[in-house]
Design a binder for this molecule. Structure first.
Ligand code: FA5
Length: 342
């Protein structure tokens, strides 16, 4: 019997010329090199070949098989390469080393002003502390010389949890914790979010930020308090700002003061941002009441101290000329992003 390997090679080349994808080359491989493929069929015919030709014909079939294997492998590699290139070409060209085009947002004005005030106080030796937003009655009121049923609680109604805890109404709620943690002498500031159940207007929010500070040491007096308040305000505003100090009542300080700032929105003439008074209550302060020092475990024979409760949200309004406090909680990214260069 005659075996024609050239005819099989011709058939193979014909099929190969039509192949356009890596899946098609796989089926060509099966058709020619598979168990039931054309090469195997040719091998099976070998038994019918005359004995003296068997070796030569067998060699020819093997050569054909190897040549087809080689051609298929090369073609498959070429097709995979082409398909990958096509995928790459179809994707918009991009450079992984370029800065991302994602908009990463900007710092909130409260964050900006908080960091600024923190920098000022840390440069004067104050430490920065954190305190929880959910506190107990003792820390928010009783440790601050505000017993149950004291009328001062009326001004600080808040949101109560079922377990008796509450959302802190002022950062003063951390005073006792700081005194217990560090003892005296101590200089600390503690910013935080405060909550009050009250109606909102251009200068009042139900959720706002304060930044509290205490300094306790030997011989601390009102002069020290005034020095630190003046330094902080002149550093924040970097210009002369009119302030006034007037007596103010808070059960946890004696004497107590209200530190008001001349409204920077209207220049002191009166507008909705300052409730038409020309002044904005910004930073009540005073000398820490002995009862509060005692509750914090401080020796009142040896130490005195001052405390202040800076209205951080109002400070941001005055610094950035924000007319309505509600804008700060509005989530209006376009409005909020204009104060930050990041
Ligand atoms: C207090 O909260 C005292 N704990 C402050 C203090 C600390 C006094 C240490 C003495 C010693 P007051 O309720 O006045 O005080 O609030 C302090 C400041 O927080 C205000 O001057 C104001 O700037 C800001 N503030 C108070 N309530 C609101 C509100 N609803 N919205 C925005 N800011 C407010």
């Amino acid at each position: 019997m005659q075996i024609n390997t050239e005819e099989l090679r011709r058939q193979f080349d014909e099929r190969l010329a039509e192949i356009k994808s890596s899946t098609e080359i796989d089926s060509l491989r099966v058709d020619f090199l598979g168990k039931k493929g054309k090469i195997s069929a040719l091998m099976a015919e070998l038994k019918n070949v005359a004995a003296e030709q068997k070796k030569e014909v067998g060699q020819m079939i093997n050569d054909l098989k190897q040549s087809i294997e080689k051609t298929i492998t090369e073609k498959a590699e070429e097709l995979v390469r082409l398909e990958e290139q096509k995928k790459i070409d179809s994707v918009e060209a991009y450079d992984a080393t370029l800065p991302t085009s994602l908009d990463l947002g900007s710092y909130h004005p409260i964050t900006l002003i908080q960091r600024e005030v923190q920098d000022i106080f840390t440069s004067m030796g104050f430490i920065v502390e954190n305190y929880s937003e959910v506190v107990d009655d003792y820390h928010c009121f009783e440790a601050l010389n505000i017993p149950k049923h004291h009328p001062a609680r009326d001004m600080q109604d808040t949101y109560y949890l079922d377990n008796g805890q509450l959302l802190k109404t002022h950062t003063s709620a951390a005073q006792n914790y700081i005194m217990r943690k560090y003892g005296a002498p101590v200089r600390a500031i503690f910013p935080g979010r405060c909550f009050r159940n009250e109606s909102t207007d251009a200068c009042h929010e139900n959720t706002f930020f304060q930044l509290e500070g205490i300094m306790i040491d030997e011989d601390i007096s009102i002069s020290n308090l005034i020095y630190f308040m003046k330094t902080m305000l002149s550093e924040v505003f970097k210009q002369d700002i009119t302030v006034r100090l007037r007596p103010g009542f808070f059960p946890f300080v004696e004497p107590g003061f209200e530190l008001d700032i001349s409204c920077t929105i209207c220049g002191g003439k009166g507008c909705p941002s300052c409730k038409n008074s020309g002044w904005l209550e910004l930073c009540p302060c005073g000398m820490i009441h002995p009862n509060v020092l005692k509750a914090g475990g401080i020796d009142t024979e040896k130490y005195t101290g001052f405390a202040f409760g800076l209205g951080l949200t109002r400070l941001a309004m005055m610094k950035y000329g924000i007319k309505d406090i509600r804008m700060l909680n509005s989530g209006n990214l376009k409005a909020l992003s204009q104060f930050s260069d990041k």
